[in-house]
Design a protein around this ligand. Structure first.
Ligand SMILES: Nc1ncnc2c1ncn2[C@@H]1O[C@H](COP(=O)(O)OP(=O)(O)O)[C@@H](O)[C@H]1O
Ligand SMILES: [Mg+2]
Length: 622
């Protein structure tokens, strides 16, 4: 499973303009726009208020100070203090205005991403490493909130301040102002060059964080394997390699940033020095008042921070644009939509066909190919025809990798069949809404997943509105009596954050989850593999007794399980090659005989099927 277009390189898609990427955030900002724009306006006012200070200075130098008027100096000082306090107060107000709405924006982004991830088809999750999704849901969203709170506002604020400041400078002394503005053009060119290089580096770094998250996650989830096989070193090496790569990218980013920052600091500084020399000469000549020069220099100094900040504001915006791209890459993935109408030509049932010929679970010419399978590979399933009659239990048998799990996953539409149709009591599943499908059908898989919740909550998840009695009944059917010996009985916490259960115990809880809602159809993918033969027989017997009306497809390996089914279907080479009772298949299919006896195919081939006597070779098929 490879990440789509991740690894070392930037995304294979053409680089979008950062502005366009960031504009896509608008729908999330829209609800909070009054507060957001008020805050930005307040910040602009506060920042421009700082530019009034040099004008007061000018008035003081040319007025009260030149005239030796202490009262005027006090007045000027008081005015300066007031302006400073006002500026600080306004910036504080801005923070207060944006903090709450922006936390809301981040929460909305995250909620949308989570909802989308839940709705995306299983084939999407097959393709995407979980670490990439984790890092997008955490780091990237945080970057977006930071961007809205800080760089976005300050690009606006500092941009406005610089414009107003330049106006004041030119107004004070236009020739000195032009000297000061000389570096603007080269700086714009340099900034745009920097911007395009930096955004590539930012994208690489964020993708690498995703890869690193995947390795960390695997290291934590697979800790037993790592310890069991003594793989700490190789795992640590894999981690170190990725982490080293990320460090390299971050250093590259830092170098770029240092370079642009050096230029942004040096060029204006040189211009300022030149303006200072020229200005002093002009004051000496009497062409300029001392107060004007003071005001000019004070304004230029006040503009230093807005100018210097542009570099890293652009850098942060770039990172945010990348984060937005990464967020929308996931959001743009199509979720499977419920089709309103059946997709096949919908061959109408002939009037003569008996209703019970339609009843039950039916596969009609079903074919399936994994979306990420190599194009020349044969389809995993093709031309599968199978009818499980109403109330019948059908065992599905086949060699490992024959497609049993795949076939069972098609029924709840975890994957969509690429051809043919699957019907429940005659109704095409492709035309049903997912919720309708879920109420008819329950599934249990080979790998039972328990969530961090109580046993009862895990079981009740199987259907909506389940009572305590329903849960206890389901636990009984699944022969999960061990639950009552747990510290808090069915209310014991299990899953990642709770008590660890054995594989067989987890399987029985997964089975209880499948049967709790008394579904009409039940699909079980080898859900009893971790049980001992005795418990398995008890589970099977209980299942059949209580759910006599249920139509079930059960993937089975052992003869004991198969014997409890009414009929058996053999899956081989991507299609159902034989259907019949266990004994019919034992006599009719050598492949089935091999599967059930556990003998090698060669041994079977060397002995003619008619004369083979399984018992004489020391292995009863049952
Ligand atoms: N998510 C997947 N993407 C691509 N190929 C898959 C995927 N899952 C299974 N396969 C392939 O499909 C084939 C059938 O697998 P599966 O249905 O799990 O077999 P079984 O359950 O009978 O052992 C195998 O060759 C397997 O490699
Ligand atoms: Mg399987």
């Amino acid at each position: 499973m490879t990440a789509p277009a991740l690894e070392e390189s930037p995304p294979s898609t053409a680089r979008r303009s950062p502005v366009r990427s960031l504009l896509r955030l608008w729908p999330y900002v829209r609800p909070v726009r009054p507060r957001f724009f008020t805050a930005a306006f307040v910040a602009v006012v506060a920042s421009c208020m700082g530019l009034v200070i040099p004008l007061v200075l000018k008035w003081m130098v040319d007025g009260p100070i030149a005239d030796g008027d202490p009262g005027g100096v006090w007045l000027g000082g008081g005015l300066l203090l007031l302006l400073g306090v006002l500026e600080a107060g306004l910036f504080g107000l801005r923070r207060w205005l944006v903090a709450r709405p922006l936390a809301g924006v981040e929460a909305a982004l995250r909620a949308d991403l989570y909802r989308h991830l839940q709705r995306l088809p299983v084939s999407f999750h097959d393709r995407w490493p979980s670490g990439q999704l984790l890092s997008r849901a955490t780091t990237d969203l945080q970057l977006l909130r930071l961007f809205l709170a800080f760089p976005l506002t300050f690009l606006l604020v500092n941009g406005t301040t610089i414009l107003v400041g330049c106006g004041i400078l030119l107004n004070q002394a236009w020739n000195l102002g032009l000297v000061l503005l000389a570096p603007v053009l080269p700086l714009i060119v340099l900034c745009s060059m920097f911007e395009s290089r930096y955004s590539l580096a930012a994208r690489a770094a964020q993708d690498q964080i995703g890869d690193l998250t995947t390795v960390i996650e695997e290291g934590v989830l697979g800790i037993r394997i790592i310890k069991g096989f003594g793989r700490h070193r190789s795992q640590a090496r894999a981690f170190a390699t990725l982490s080293e790569r990320l460090r390299g990218t971050e250093l590259h980013k830092a170098r770029l940033l240092a370079m642009i920052w050096a230029l942004i600091m040096t060029l204006p500084e040189l211009a300022l020095g030149t303006a200072l020399v020229l200005g002093t000469l002009q004051v000496a000549d009497g062409g300029l008042s001392a107060g004007t020069l003071v005001a000019f220099l004070a304004t230029a100094l006040a503009l230093r921070w807005p100018v210097e900040s542009i570099g890293f504001l652009i850098a942060m915006s770039n990172e945010a644009a990348t984060a937005a791209d990464r967020f929308f890459e996931v959001m743009d993935e199509k979720v499977a939509v419920d089709r309103p109408a059946p997709r096949s030509s919908g061959r109408p049932a002939p009037a003569s066909r008996a209703a019970d010929a339609e009843a039950g679970l039916r596969f009609e010419n079903v074919g399936f190919r994994y979306p990420d399978a190599p194009p020349d590979a044969p389809p995993t399933l093709h031309g599968v025809d199978l009818h499980i009659r109403s109330g019948e239990t059908m065992a599905l048998v086949g060699a490992t990798g024959s497609g049993k799990t795949t076939l069972t996953a098609l029924v709840p539409r975890l994957y969509e069949a690429t051809s043919g149709r699957i019907t429940l009591d005659g109704e095409d599943t492709a035309g049903m809404s997912r919720s309708e499908l879920r109420t008819l059908l329950a599934v249990a898989f080979e790998e039972p997943t328990l969530f961090s919740a109580t046993v009862a909550e895990n079981v009740a998840m199987g259907a909506t509105g389940m009572s305590e009695e329903d849960v206890l009944r389901a636990l009984r059917i699944a022969q999960a009596d061990f639950v009552h010996d747990l510290p808090q009985g069915p209310h014991t916490q299990v899953g990642e954050q709770g008590l660890s259960l054995s594989g067989g115990q987890r399987q029985r809880l997964a089975l209880a989850r499948a049967v709790v809602g008394r579904p009409r159809f039940l699909v079980l993918d080898d859900p009893l593999s971790a049980l001992d033969v005795h418990t398995e027989a008890l589970v099977e017997a209980a299942l059949r007794r209580v759910l006599a009306s249920t139509t079930a497809l059960v993937v089975a390996h052992r003869p004991s399980t198969v014997l409890l089914a009414d009929r058996v279907a053999l899956l081989s080479g991507g299609r159902v090659t034989a259907v019949g009772t266990h004994h019919e298949l034992l006599h009719g299919s050598s492949e089935y005989r091999v599967l059930m006896s556990g003998e090698s195919a060669e041994a079977e081939a060397s002995a003619p099927p008619e004369t083979s006597d399984t018992a004489s070779r020391g292995g009863s098929p049952l």
